[in-house]
Design a protein around this ligand. Structure first.
Ligand SMILES: [Zn+2]
Ligand SMILES: [Zn+2]
Length: 601
């Protein structure tokens, strides 16, 4: 069981409990646990095997939940879920995944219209039956149809990078226990750090004998997470792994390992350009290596012949790129854009790394919808080696998350003052906690807290959570108004997209970027694996316009701080360097780079 499997099961339990209108605290406990575990980098299975530690060490996991997780880890099943599933029609799960349809609304659809599948829901919407239900209306019905169409498209069924990564990590650990494995790497879109991943590509080098190759492939087939073997050849096998993801494993020779890694990392567009560059130099590149084209120029097209002429390179990726006169290109840049031009001119960016990050400037606590207290978040940030964090709970508009009004916010800030004082007691403080807030851009314009409060903040994130279906001009206007507020430091998740779930709202992102550049407001790369917002194209455009970006986790639990790596990948794919990211700087440098605003700055 991977963390993602466990999180999926717990969130399914939460949905079903809510569907059955059970105790809201119980529902919330399961949902929070699912959230926490889904965001954890360390595998629960491994933690559980460590006799010195307990599952209850994790925030929000009490004895009861820990016992259930133990059952899951030991047996792969959860009796409570089996019981709940018996009581609820199976098609109802698919309906519950439609954005905007919580378990309560779904219950209404089931009880009143007898809908028990996505197809049934689509038909009822088309027949205009849904808009008549209490709490639905014409707009909701149209939104449901749009959401169904969105979810049906194949590009929205790819696995989130973070989920694929948790499979990749335990898969690599398992394969490394096979004595015949000499070298192993995961390639494909996982290695390029794409926000979603189709299949997982694994390359293994062994001693080159048939027996070893078979032993390696058998070892994969014996992995407990495999649900089906799809293909089994001499040097390649395909299996279905956790979360239905397909895993392709290839056996590769020592002399070809770099060429294969380059080839199977892709992207397709990048490789097409690389091959054409090779051809221009009388060479050919394939998954085995780089070769001189025999009889080149005599019409003897030898591309299809595979190995031709003398092998020039193949052992490492660096050798492959060098053979065509280029430096090694980081996988995140291999999308067939301007990477060849940059490489040729020696202008490849020195991409930002996780180690460059000094602070995390967007996170929530139990004061609103987080699951860890201020103290717990602070300790977790210190353990991660951060130098500063901003606590940015929701403003009062976000009623669902018990958003803070001025009075409660000032109380939290007083608590932060005391915390900072105690952190500073032994000389140099290990961490500074900034007094922040995530204010909401109201539907009618303006923010949900007054300027005289924001003026006292160290850090203000402004986000748009409501009125996302307003027209483009109106949404753009709301965001630019927030950007022009002197106290707003950064715009949070600027386009509001949720990968595989929800389209970005309609916004003139160029106008937003221009306004940010004009006022010195930062733009966020939200590192939450569902968001990754700004996306890589917008982040690159922001850099072009001279806007500084901030990579923040928007953590709602201590484990959420670990999602920084997803934001880093996104920034790398945008070609961003350390100097493009404001939170790679010291706190003093960050504060002097902020736009002039609050008196406390
Ligand atoms: Zn938000
Ligand atoms: Zn947030």
């Amino acid at each position: 069981m991977t963390n993602v499997d466990i999180a999926t099961i717990l969130s399914r339990v939460a949905d079903l409990l809510e569907f059955k209108a059970e105790n809201t605290f119980r529902v919330r406990a399961y949902r929070n646990a699912a959230h926490t575990i889904g965001n954890m980098v360390e595998s629960l299975a491994r933690l559980n095997e460590d006799s010195g530690r307990s599952l209850t060490d994790i925030d929000g996991i009490g004895a009861d939940l820990a016992a259930k997780i133990q059952v899951l880890l030991n047996t792969g099943r959860l009796p409570l879920l089996d019981e709940l599933e018996k009581a609820v029609p199976s098609g109802v799960f698919a309906i519950m995944r439609v954005p905007g349809l919580g378990p309560k609304k779904v219950k209404l659809l089931v009880d009143q219209l007898g809908i028990d599948s996505l197809e049934g829901l689509e038909a009822a919407c088309r027949a205009g039956q849904v808009q008549g239900l209490k709490g639905f209306g014409e707009k909701t019905q149209a939104a449901i149809l749009a959401a169904i169409a969105f979810a049906k498209s194949p590009e929205h069924s790819r696995t989130l990078w973070n989920d694929a990564d948790s499979t990749v990590q335990i898969l690599l650990a398992w394969m490394q226990t096979c004595p015949q494995v000499h070298q192993i790497e995961a390639a494909g879109s996982w290695r390029r750090g794409r926000d979603t991943v189709g299949d997982i590509d694994i390359l293994v080098e062994c001693d080159g004998t048939r027996e070893s190759a078979q032993a390696v492939m058998n070892h994969l087939h014996e992995w407990s997470e495999i649900t089906a073997v799809l293909l089994s050849g001499d040097t390649k096998t395909s299996v279905r792994g956790p979360q239905e993801i397909q895993i392709d494993l290839r056996i590769v020779e020592h002399a070809s390992f770099g060429a294969a890694l380059q080839y199977f990392t892709g992207s397709k567009e990048h490789n097409i350009r690389l091959r054409s560059r090779a051809r221009d130099r009388g060479l050919t590149i394939n998954e085995y290596g780089v070769y001189r084209l025999a009889g080149q120029g005599e019409g003897g097209e030898s591309e299809l012949a595979g190995k031709v002429g003398e092998s020039l390179a193949g052992k490492t990726e660096g050798d492959v790129y060098r053979a065509v006169g280029l430096p090694w290109i980081p996988p995140e840049l291999r999308e067939g854009g301007d990477e060849f031009l940059l490489a040729e001119r020696g202008k490849l960016p020195v991409l930002v790394t996780l180690a460059d990050i000094r602070g995390d400037l967007h996170m929530h606590t139990t004061a609103t919808d987080g699951t860890a207290t201020l103290g717990e978040m602070t300790r977790a940030a210190i353990e991660r080696g951060l130098e500063y964090i901003a606590i940015t709970d929701h403003g009062k508009r976000v009623t669902m998350a018990h958003g803070l009004d001025a009075k409660h916010l000032l109380k939290q800030w007083a608590e932060i003052d005391r915390l900072n004082a105690s952190l500073a007691e032994d000389g140099a403080p290990s961490l500074v906690v900034l007094k922040g807030i995530e204010v909401d851009m109201l539907e009618k314009g303006g923010l949900d807290l007054p300027d005289d409060i924001l003026e006292q903040a160290d850090w203000v994130v402004a986000s748009l959570h409501y009125g996302q279906s307003q027209p483009r001009a109106r949404i753009t206007e709301r965001i630019i108004e927030a950007i022009e507020n002197p106290y707003v430091s950064v715009i949070g998740h600027p386009t509001g997209r949720l990968i595989n779930r929800r389209q970005a709202y309609d916004v003139d992102i160029e106008a937003v970027i221009a306004a940010a550049a004009r006022t010195g407001t930062f733009l966020e790369i939200n590192a939450n694996p569902w968001r990754l917002d700004l996306n890589e194209h917008h982040a690159a455009a922001a850099k072009q316009a001279g806007v500084k970006l901030v990579i923040s986790t928007d953590a709602h639990a201590t484990s959420g701080l670990g999602m920084m790596r997803c934001g880093i990948l996104q920034a790398r794919r945008a070609g961003l360097e350390s100097r493009d990211i404001a939170n790679t700087q010291t706190l003093t440098a960050l504060q002097s780079a902020m736009k002039p605003g609050g008196a406390s700055r």
